[in-house]
Every structure is written in C-alpha cells, then in structure tokens.
Design a protein around this ligand. Structure first.
Ligand code: UD1
Ligand code: UDP
Length: 395
C-alpha cells in the first residue's frame, strides 16, 4: 500500500505530520511531496518535525497569485503522481496546494483522503479562496475526515454519502499535545535578538504584565482591513502599558508592509523592532516557540484557522479578527469571539478581556471542541480497514 502526502504550507505540515508518522508506524509506505507554496515557513516546519520530502516542487515566487500556485502545482504533480501511482493521495485543509493536489489525483483516478473536511462559512469570498478550495476538495475526495460532527453535517447536507465521512477530531491537537509534552521553558529560536529574549523573561516574571500574542495573514483582509487591525493593536498597546503585544509577522509582503509601516520603527531591523516599548514584531516562530508563547499568553488575537483550534486546548481566549469563521464550534463554546476587522470593535473587545475578569474567565474556562489528540490514529485505522477490504479500488 502506498500513500502520497502532498502539502505546501506551514499549517498543512503541522496538521499532516501526525498522519504521516502514524502511517509509517503502521508499516505503510508514505511518499512526501511538497509544493513549497511557502518556501520559508514550510522549511521551518519540516526542519522542526524532521521531515525530508521525496519531491519538492519549490514553486513559491514573491507575491505569487493563485494562478501561479495552481498551474505550477498541477504541472508538477501530474508527473509525480503518474510515476508513483499511489493508492491514496492525502491532502489537508483548504490551501491552493491541497485543492490542486486533489484535482491532479482526480484526473488520474487516484483516491483522495481529505484531512479536515467539511468546515464551511458558506461565503465563497470569505475566507478567500479557502472556502471554495475546501468545498471543491470535498467534491473530489473519497475519504472525508471531518474534525467535528458539525463538519460532518455540512458534508452530509452537500450530498456526500455518510459512509465516506469519519469524525476524527483535528490532527492539530495531536501535534500540539506532542509538542507541549516536549515543551522547553524558553524561546529557543536563535535568530531572535537577545534584547527581545531578555525583555520577554522580564515580562513573564512580572505578574502584572499581560502578554497578547497576535498573528494575521488572510487575503480577504489585505488593504484597509489590515491597516485597521494594526491601528487597533497600536491603540491597545498605548492604552495598556501593563500589556505586551508579541506579533510574529507572516512573510507575505501584503502583510509585512502595513504591519511594519504602522507598528514597526525600522523595516530593515525586523527582529524585535517596535515603535513602542510594548509591541514586538518578530519573524515567524518555530512551532515549539509559538506553542510556548501561546501557553504564556493572556489571550490571542488572530485570523489564523489553526490557532483558533489550538488556543482553546491551552485555555486561551481568542479574538478572531475576521468577518466569518468556519470554526463556529469555538464560538459556540465561547472560547473564540468573532470581532471583525474594524478598529474600534477589535480594540474594544481586547480592552474588555484585559479589564473584566468575568469575561476573561468565561472564555478561558471553555472546553476545546476540536479534538483529543487521537485524530491521526483514527484516520489511519479508517484507511487501513478500507484498503485491506479492497474498497479503495472501487470506482
Ligand atoms: C497560504 C494559504 C492559506 C493559509 C496560509 C497559511 C492559499 C491560497 N493560501 O496563504 O490558505 O492559511 O498559507 O500560512 O493557499 N511568503 C514568503 N515565504 C513564505 C511564505 C510566504 O516569502 O514562507 C510570501 C511570498 O511572497 C508569497 C506570499 O508570501 O508569494 C504568499 O504566499 P501564499 O502561500 O500564496 O499565501 P499565504 O498568504 O501564505
Ligand atoms: N504558527 C507557528 N509560528 C508562528 C505562527 C503560527 O508555528 O509564528 C503555527 C500555529 O501554532 C498554527 C499554524 O502555525 O499551528 C497556523 O498557521 P497559519 O496561521 O499560517 O495558517 P492557518 O492556520 O490560518 O491556515
């Protein structure tokens, strides 16, 4: 039995690695193919998880558009899939790599396993292009691994047979729990300045200081929304000297430009540069360091999908700086709050979390709806049983 795992970005790596490891532990052959849609952030993850790709399409160019990713990945994947002819192609999530890999597998009539299937906002431009990428993968896939019952219901409503859907939990929790077990008690990343590391230690030692961890990268927020988000962060920092914002900035130039213009003093000096003493802009962090900072944070402000799933496991409230979310279980559980992209609403929600112990307590006490850390094992069991019974070959 042969599998190919195809991925291209940081979150896909973080979430597909536990499945690769479990398949290999069970004796299956797993070929790893990366598109490297995100060259630097993917490599950071591959290095951390000690994963060496068998194929690397190395397709990233600066400021790439969706056509570039799709065309280059489709061309490259055709040759690899024709050569390897795996039993199943595994993809994760909603990136353009995941969509294109599914399309390539479908054209070659190879079965597709979709990890993290069924999340929906029902708004095709938000998140863009991820909502429709995920939907299209759902149309193409044979094995739908839904993280929650809600995700399963979404798929059933779209006509996917229940016999092809399995509720597994989200594999990100498998990775998170593994990394928390290995957790060190310092930020290790060598490239970060001593100044930042020393300041961080002082902040962590001071029980009056509150650490706010921030990330952001969504395409639909580029432009005015991103500037609003930055202005809100600036206001929060200015009003609250007892809060420190730590923001590892995504490498997309559409993100770097407004963030460094509004919040950074010196674009050339990216490591720990800041306009005010209580905002730190950093390079993307290695997963273990990011998890460490999540665990030390008071709350998190983000538009990230993965962080919406991870933070509740650490009992950290999340202000989701987006207009929609496909992670509505977290909203229901009151661990996530959707705050949109308007400056005053974002700043107001952060202020409320800083000021009100009751609001904070309600959000931090919620139970994580996204999994128990055993999702990868469930996925591998399903694949094993189906492949053993010959069901995979039925077209
Ligand atoms: C991509 C995914 C998004 C996912 C996100 C995770 C698509 C369309 N988008 O968005 O779903 O949530 O990854 O982070 O699939 N860049 C670098 N180095 C890197 C990464 C990016 O320089 O390691 C810069 C490059 O200029 C690149 C640009 O960022 O062209 C955009 O990268 P891309 O992968 O297209 O989009 P993301 O916003 O990262
Ligand atoms: N993450 C990381 N380093 C960082 C920021 C985030 O390792 O500096 C991790 C985070 O813990 C989560 C994943 O990256 O597992 C989320 O990636 P991203 O926000 O880029 O993508 P999304 O989840 O929105 O698709």
């Amino acid at each position: 039995m042969k599998f190919i795992a195809i991925f291209g970005t940081r979150p896909e790596a973080i979430k597909i690695v536990p499945v690769i490891k479990k398949l290999r532990e069970s004796g299956y052959q797993v070929i790893i193919c990366v598109t490297a849609q995100q060259r630097d952030m993917l490599d950071q993850s591959l290095e951390f998880f000690e994963i060496i790709p068998d194929y690397d399409l190395n397709l990233m160019v600066d400021c790439q558009d969706l056509f570039h990713i799709t065309i280059k990945a489709l061309e490259g994947l055709k040759k690899i899939l024709q050569k390897e002819r795996p039993d199943v192609v595994l993809v994760q999530g909603d990136t353009s790599t995941a969509f294109t890999a599914s399309l390539a597998a479908f054209y070659l009539q190879i079965s597709i396993g979709h990890i993290e299937a069924g999340l929906r906002t029902h708004n095709k431009y938000n998140p863009f292009p991820e909502e429709n990428n995920r939907h299209l993968i759902g149309v193409l896939a044979d094995y739908h691994f839904a993280p929650t019952e809600l995700a399963k219901d979404n798929l059933v409503k779209e006509g996917i047979p229940e016999s092809q859907i399995w509720v597994t939990g989200n594999t990100v929790i498998d990775t998170l729990l593994d990394v928390i077990n290995l957790q060190s008690s310092v930020v290790k990343q060598e490239e970060l300045s001593m100044y930042f590391k020393e300041r961080l230690n002082l902040i962590l030692a001071d029980e009056n200081q509150k650490l706010i961890l921030v990330t952001g990268h969504r395409r639909e927020s580029f432009g005015e929304d991103f500037r609003n988000i930055c202005m809100a962060l600036k206001e929060i920092a200015e009003k609250n000297p007892d809060a420190t914002i730590i923001y590892p900035v995504h490498l997309n130039p559409n993100v770097q430009k407004p963030v460094y213009e509004i919040l950074g003093s010196d674009l050339a000096n990216r490591i720990g540069s800041t306009v005010s003493k209580n905002i730190f802009l950093l390079e993307p962090l290695k997963y273990e360091d990011f998890v460490y900072l999540m665990s030390k944070s008071y709350f998190i402000m983000t538009d990230s999908g993965g962080i919406q799933e991870e933070a509740p496991s650490l009992h950290k409230p999340v202000l989701v700086m987006r207009n929609t979310t496909e992670r509505s279980e977290g909203i229901e559980a009151n661990t996530l709050r959707l705050v949109g992209t308007k400056k005053d609403i974002i700043a107001g929600a952060a202020q409320q979390l800083l000021d009100s112990k009751d609001v904070y307590g309600e959000m931090s006490g919620a139970i994580n709806p996204y999994g128990d850390g055993k999702a990868a094992g469930r996925i591998v069991d399903v694949l094993s049983k189906n492949l053993m019974s010959g069901r995979n070959t039925e077209k």
